[in-house]
Design a binder for this molecule. Structure first.
Ligand code: ADP
Ligand SMILES: Nc1ccn([C@@H]2O[C@H](COP(=O)(O)O)[C@@H](O)[C@H]2O)c(=O)n1
Length: 223
């Protein structure tokens, strides 16, 4: 049984480079890492038809099933496997079959609101916020949504202006204050190399953890 020793949260706006950072910092540690994309914890919307699901605001915190994420994360932290839901962006819903996820030394929790929920934050050993300019992010998003997620250009633009951008400003960007580190320009190589070394040290058991998370009060005092 593996009890995870290092849980990293990676938040940031759409297209900021969260998935890329997660991939790069873990690419040399093989199977010792588990990635938990919080997209998989979008609420089950099977009770809605496709056109209703298309109209949902997927950037609002209420779109996520936080209780399930908390529960499954703490199960992994106890060294037990979970049945993680799997999300399908083309149908705006979970797939029928979940996937079994075993606990590993390092766990990466990644998504636009990965630093939003207080209870999830408490389970994170390291909180990262990936920050990339909005113009770069929207260009990346258009490309990705049209090519990989089966969307049309007009729909991507409408969604960006009506929900993605306002929710980013209201809910996602403010979670930056919970971050231990802010990574500018997404996958910048200096930050990626440092974090990769840290992840490898955790996996090989020679990591030195000499920090203690400051309480919210101490953080405020430091400003
Ligand atoms: N530093 C970077 N330079 C160039 N392209 C990048 C960089 N980081 C990410 N990308 C590209 O931008 C797109 C979105 O990145 P991704 O990591 O999926 O973002 P997120 O997970 O934050 O939505 C992907 O096509 C990825 O290859
Ligand atoms: N059915 C859905 C669900 C989510 N989205 C968008 O995905 C974005 C989050 O994923 P990133 O990889 O970009 O971080 C989020 O901004 C949602 O708008 C969607 O379009 N459709």
């Amino acid at each position: 049984m593996t009890i995870p020793s290092f849980v990293v949260g990676i938040a940031g706006g759409t297209g900021a480079g969260k998935t890329t950072v997660a991939r790069l910092i873990t690419e040399n540690v093989g199977e010792s890492v588990t990635r938990i994309p919080i997209d998989n914890y979008y609420e089950d919307l099977s009770h809605l038809d496709l056109s209703e699901r298309e109209a949902v605001n997927y950037d609002h915190p209420s779109a996520f099933e936080w209780e399930l994420l908390r529960e499954q994360l703490s199960t992994l932290l106890e060294g037990r496997p979970i049945e993680m839901p799997v999300y399908d962006f083309e149908i705006h819903n979970r797939k029928n079959e979940p996937t079994t996820v075993e606990p590993t030394d390092v766990i990466i929790v990644e998504g636009i609101l990965a630093l939003y929920d207080e209870k999830v934050n408490e389970m994170l050993d390291l909180r990262l916020y990936v920050e990339t300019d909005a113009d770069v992010r929207i260009l990346r998003r258009i490309q990705r949504d049209v090519i990989d997620r089966g969307r049309d250009l007009e729909g991507v633009i409408d969604q960006y202006l009506s929900t993605v951008k306002p929710m980013h400003d209201q809910f996602i960007e403010p979670t930056k204050k919970h971050a231990d580190l802010i990574i500018p320009e997404g996958a910048n190589s200096v930050a990626v190399n440092l974090l990769e070394e840290k992840v490898m040290a955790e996996v090989h058991g020679d990591a030195v953890r000499d920090w203690e998370r400051p309480s919210p009060e101490t953080r405020r005092d430091r400003r």
